[in-house]
Design a protein around this ligand. Structure first.
Ligand code: SAM
Length: 285
């Protein structure tokens, strides 16, 4: 059966608080009350929010691992004229959270999608960092794969825009070390944690300063890392590998945990030299 465009429902991407429940908007509550269904990243988490505001509503889960099948189901409901709100655990859907695919599906199926804006951790951290807000780049989470992290960080090392990263506390120390390798220890950083919550804190320091701080202190809570953009006059950092032979350089990455293929690629990027030449040089000894 084919539905007319005006018979279809609307998908509302509803931003929810990143900590402080007082940040939920009146419009968000109104939409959550009025839709037919709420698609939530974690239904238990969203239920707490709904209970707090005395909202009783049908919930269904929509997350990274069921987004394909559940996405089709939600599109079917929207096509039948139902209105659906999509929420993530915290903040704005589709920002390092599920939502992007559902928006695409709506567009493909000629279904109206609209946004109920609200908190975003990255923007909240950016405005508190004290760094330039004129031009910034949202970089999200770094990959857990060492090579991908390395490529990601080196690709933005000379970017003049303020850079925004998300990070979990148990990975913070490794990330700061990796950022030091890519940006240098002197680069300024703001570590914004527990935003909008009781223990909100913004630590403004350098990457070296943050490494020193967290060598003594255990990272706790959720973090946004805001890195000041590369300055116009910034001299390129002295590379750690300048005095190393190609073999020593490759071996350094292997001892850091990369497999040989990754290490050869990383060295080829560092030295701006074709991989084949690095490979041959390494295997010549
Ligand atoms: N969609 C969310 C948004 O709009 O910001 C982001 C979700 S992402 C899965 C979760 C990450 O956002 C956390 O690991 C942390 O980096 C950041 N985050 C979320 N809430 C935060 C808070 N209250 N304080 C600091 N960082 C926060």
């Amino acid at each position: 059966m084919k539905f007319m465009a005006d018979e279809k429902g609307t998908l509302y991407l509803c931003a929810t608080p990143i900590g402080n429940l007082g940040d939920v908007s009146a419009r968000c509550l109104e939409i959550l009350r009025s839709v037919d269904l709420i698609a939530a990243e974690d239904t238990r988490r969203t239920l707490q929010l709904l209970n707090h505001f005395g909202i009783t509503k049908a919930l269904t889960s929509y997350h990274e691992h069921n987004k394909q099948s559940k996405g089709e189901y939600i599109i079917k409901l929207l096509s039948e004229g139902k209105n659906v709100a999509q929420v993530s655990d915290a903040g704005t859907p589709a920002i390092s959270d599920p939502g992007e695919d559902l928006v695409r599906l709506c567009i493909e199926n000629d279904i109206t999608v609209t946004s109920v804006p609200g908190p975003v951790a990255g923007i909240t951290a950016l405005i508190l960092s004290g760094f330039s807000t004129m031009r910034y780049a949202f970089e999200g989470f770094l990959s857990v794969n060492k090579r991908h992290r390395y490529e990601h960080l080196t690709s933005v090392a000379n970017d003049k825009r303020t850079l925004i990263f998300y990070e979990a506390p148990h990975k913070l120390r490794t990330t700061l070390e990796d950022m030091k390798s890519a940006f240098g220890g002197e680069r300024r950083i703001a570590l914004a944690r527990e935003l909008t919550k009781l223990h909100e804190e913004v630590i403004r320091t350098t990457i070296d300063g943050a490494i020193a701080l967290y060598s003594e202190k255990t990272p706790r809570g959720e973090y946004v890392l805001v890195i000041e953009g590369a300055s116009e006059q910034e001299e390129p950092e002295e590379c750690f590998w300048t005095d190393m032979t190609v073999s020593e350089h490759v071996d350094k990455y292997i001892s850091d945990g990369m497999i040989p293929k990754e290490a050869i690629k990383a060295v080829s990027i560092d030295r701006n030299t074709p991989k084949r030449d690095i490979y041959n040089e390494y295997h010549r000894g």
